[in-house]
Write a protein that binds this ligand. Structure first.
Ligand SMILES: Cc1cc2nc3c(=O)[nH]c(=O)nc-3n(C[C@H](O)[C@H](O)[C@H](O)COP(=O)(O)OP(=O)(O)OC[C@H]3O[C@@H](n4cnc5c(N)ncnc54)[C@H](O)[C@@H]3O)c2cc1C
Length: 417
């Protein structure tokens, strides 16, 4: 019996899963490795942090997604490194030999060396982060209720999101609605005029890279929702009790949420890969690693440029890269040369609370309710699993009709920062 080529995929995110699905059409012997047993739909992660969705509404078991694909083996283990000489992937528990390898490890928050940011700002990158942010915010309200010291209470009721990209904007909209909506009813004895809620963006506009009309619309909409959007606000320090800006402004607070930057996910052991300063790996146009044509990089972990500029890390890019890496491996197995990757960019869709979004669909711009309907459609279509689509729609409908959030649980009490 001839042995089929071994393909190992690291990461069951958008890049890795889409590669696995493409490879499943072949005879290759495929192993997909992830430290989690679930796939995370990050575009709706902020809604978990804003008590709008349950964590399980946006995650889906990898085994269920790949059920029935007999040649794919799913392994839950943490990858610690890659031995490119002996062609092995090392995990905490085992090693996995490969003929071809796809690395789709995703990304991790980057704090740009800002003092205290890694220690005291709350990131929004994993499901655990989202739950921690939700807990933290709800706890500030619980504690503020009984805080008699006005200065301390003001710190508890000041919230800052650092970073005005898509995640920061979407979270700001959802959080504004949570605070001025259900929380204002739950904590009616608090004076909500004491609440300060700001979005801090270092550049002079929100949503970098998006059409100016959408940027202006987003800014106006968020300000109308009660978000104090500060542009040109360069954060230089985060402490447990404040955020400090470059212009000397000190904002006393207990809640700073970091959505300002991500870089390639780290591999604990050094691998023989050209890892750039931002943690991404430099790749050839075919998505191969220069020195190792049997290794492909996909998703956030890959540094890919268009017209000399890096392409932003988004899910459709990761999916298309995963598919291209898989197709190229299948070509190599057949003795053909790999083809260069071309990104087909459909555009951007950013929700700004209920009823409003900013959408660029193939250069056609939409704002307001129509854009929001488009955003809802795209999000539901892209969510994996009928159960999740159904539950998310029910939650949104509930929220929409009753201005209510179902999920306001403080599930664990985080340590005092
Ligand atoms: C909060 C947030 C909001 C976002 N919103 C949007 C949006 O609205 N629209 C959009 O298009 N994009 C959005 N993105 C970006 C999008 O989610 C990413 O571009 C996409 O997930 C990248 O896919 P990936 O496969 O590279 O990485 P991921 O989807 O992150 O998957 C990487 C996988 O690798 C696994 N992994 C990592 N390290 C190891 C290890 N050492 N061992 C084993 N497994 C490992 C992880 O567990 C994970 O499952 C958002 C991202 C975040 C964080």
């Amino acid at each position: 019996m001839t042995e089929h080529p071994k393909v190992v995929i690291v990461g069951a995110g958008f890049g890795g899963l889409w590669a696995a699905r493409e490879l499943a059409r072949s005879q290759a012997d495929i192993t997909i490795l992830d430290r989690h047993n679930y796939h995370n739909f990050f575009p709706l992660l902020y809604q978990v942090a804003a008590a709008e969705l349950e964590p399980e509404d946006i995650i889906y078991p990898v085994r269920s997604i790949l059920r029935g694909k007999k040649q794919i083996r799913v392994v839950v283990d943490r990858v610690t490194g890659v031995d490119t000489i002996n062609k092995r992937v090392n995990t905490l528990n085992r090693t996995f030999p490969y003929d071809y390898l796809i690395l789709a490890l995703g990304s991790t928050p980057r704090f740009f060396g800002i003092e205290g940011a890694a220690e005291y700002a709350l990131p929004l990158r994993t499901i655990e982060d989202a739950i921690a942010v939700r807990n933290h915010i709800l706890l500030r309200f619980e504690r503020a209720l009984y805080e008699t010291d006005a200065e301390k209470r003001s710190r508890m009721l000041t919230f800052a999101i650092i970073g005005g990209g898509a995640t920061g904007v979407e979270f700001a909209g959802a959080l504004a609605e949570l605070i001025w909506g259900p929380l204002s009813k739950d904590y009616s004895s608090l004076d909500f005029n004491e609440i300060r809620f700001m979005l801090l963006e270092a550049s002079d506009y929100l949503l970098p890279g998006v059409h100016e009309k959408l940027q202006k619309y987003t800014l106006k909409r968020l300000r109308n929702m009660g978000v104090d959007v500060r542009l040109g606000a360069i954060v230089i320090q985060v402490t447990p009790e404040s955020v400090v800006l470059k212009d000397g402004t000190v904002i006393p607070l207990e809640t700073a949420i970091w959505t300002a930057g991500v870089g390639g996910a780290p591999l604990p052991e050094k691998a023989d890969l050209q890892i750039l300063k931002n943690g991404q790996v430099s790749v050839l146009p075919t998505l191969q690693v220069k020195e190792h044509p049997e290794i492909y990089i996909a998703g956030d972990f890959a540094h890919v440029e268009k017209d000399g500029h890096p392409i932003p890390m988004v899910a459709p890019l990761a999916m298309q890269e995963g598919q291209t890496a898989a197709k190229n491996i299948l070509r190599q197995i057949k003795g053909l040369g790999p083809l260069p990757f071309h990104y087909f960019d459909l555009g951007t869709a950013v929700a700004i609370g209920r009823n409003a979004a900013a959408v660029d669909l193939l250069g056609h711009l939409f704002t307001g309710f129509i854009a929001w309907i488009l955003w809802v459609g795209v999000s539901i279509y892209r969510l994996i699993g009928f159960r999740n689509k159904f539950l998310v729609l029910i939650n949104w409908a509930w929220d929409y009709l009753f201005f209510e959030r179902g999920v306001r649980l403080i599930v664990t009490v985080p340590e005092e920062r």
